[in-house]
Design a protein around this ligand. Sequence first.
Ligand SMILES: Cc1cc2nc3c(=O)[nH]c(=O)nc-3n(C[C@H](O)[C@H](O)[C@H](O)COP(=O)(O)OP(=O)(O)OC[C@H]3O[C@@H](n4cnc5c(N)ncnc54)[C@H](O)[C@@H]3O)c2cc1C
Length: 324
Amino acid sequence: VLPPVEGIDSAKCVDSTGLLAVETVPKRLIVLGGGVIGCEFASIFQHFGSEVTIVEFMPHLVPNEDPDAVKTLEKAFKGHGITMHLGTKATRVEETASGVTLHFEGSDGPGFVEGDLILVSTGRAPNVADLGLDDIGVAYDEKRGIRTDGTRRTGQPHIYAVGDVAGYWQLAHSAFREGEVAAENIAGHHVEMSGHVPRCIYTDPEVASVGMTEIEARETYGDDVTTGSVPFAAIARAAMYADKTGFVKTIHGGPYDELLGVVVVGINATEIINAGVIALDAEATIETVADSIAAHPTLAEGLKEAGLVALGRPIHLPPMKKRA
Ligand SMILES: Cc1cc2nc3c(=O)[nH]c(=O)nc-3n(C[C@H](O)[C@H](O)[C@H](O)COP(=O)(O)OP(=O)(O)OC[C@H]3O[C@@H](n4cnc5c(N)ncnc54)[C@H](O)[C@@H]3O)c2cc1C
């Protein structure tokens, strides 16, 4: 989806497919949009040696993610030399003799950044145009895509739709499951979509979460929400990898004191999160998480330890103050 910015149709503005097709690494890459894809490419190209600048309209990167995770990501990006203009609206793209300039309006007034290429990563929309959906009576929405029920059946009983075209998540792993569910139903079984969808950001450091964010949990359960957070600095395997950036956080509460969400930032966060997905799908309580026997030394031990922190009895952190 292209934002309404003057000059955005310049050949110096590419989407993620266009950026993957470049044959030389741009010396200066401007990333317009600090969502998941923008952050991933910012991180990749910073590692390739580009000078990277992110321009993001919202006050923080990946705005819907856990604020603690985002804070850690922004700090790490800053440490890697990625420049971030947050709370900043892109206003104009100007091609220049030496490359391209992105003009913007930030909290400190107008400004600009010069680069060789601009990645426009301001969101994607389902590709529902020109499929003839109106002709066959399949209902859809320009933003959310083809409407389906929990079995992934459309309004036409013999037509199913899965993945980005019918999606809310726009993720490969949710599309896989939707495909399984549709196939089961086509084969005559009755299966509905259920389960928690992990949200992964393949940056350095990685960010992964599943279930409710702390903000969503508090909106739902008010004060009846507790978190437990353990820094990777306290996890032996992170020390072995000499990479102690990040943390594991559990969010639990509600009437059954059940696990509501897990957030992981740091090395292999996108692997660790799968344990959180299963725990959430199994409606685990925080005791199940905390009292599990986690293999040592592993990074996934952080999940157990975060649960222990939530219950006020960590074993790899200094003694905590008693909970009120
Ligand atoms: C840069 C980027 C990074 C991503 N990274 C991740 C990630 O790390 N993890 C993750 O889970 N998800 C990721 N995603 C999202 C993921 O790629 C999609 O959610 C997933 O591919 C959706 O699968 P799909 O089959 O619905 O659509 P697609 O994979 O897009 O497949 C649709 C296919 O249909 C074809 N097609 C379209 N229209 C027609 C037509 N009229 N006739 C015939 N064929 C047609 C297309 O050419 C395409 O091959 C990423 C997306 C992008 C853009």
